[in-house]
Write a protein of this length. Sequence first.
Length: 140
Amino acid sequence: MLVIIAIVTEKALKNIQNWFIASLAVADFFLGLVIMPFSLANELMGYWTFGNTWCDIHSAADVLLCTASIMNLCLISLDRYWSITQAVEYLKKRTPARAAVMITLVWILSAVICIPPLLGWKVTRPQERFPKCEVSFKFL
């Protein structure tokens, strides 16, 4: 959260390359805020007590945020690579609109990856006394 606040409030940090870092910080912040507490409770108790609906949402959000985090890291790496190997050409091409499009694509691709389990591409969970909440690996 401090990274996001710093980039938003500090004028010296409001450059395009920091937009990619802010996007990564958003993914990691929500991962820690939304996913980790429930995952910790699941690990400590040894079973999922929050119901099947929240399990589906939790699993999808987990995949969304983890994928977005990984893809943001890849985007930062590509931005740095292109900045070094094609310094003049790339820095001319790296406009705010292009950066916004690249960040939006990261989040759209992450959402596309996490949606199938929500739309029924998942294993049905039997009713158990101590239910598990795991990401489905069933493929059609």
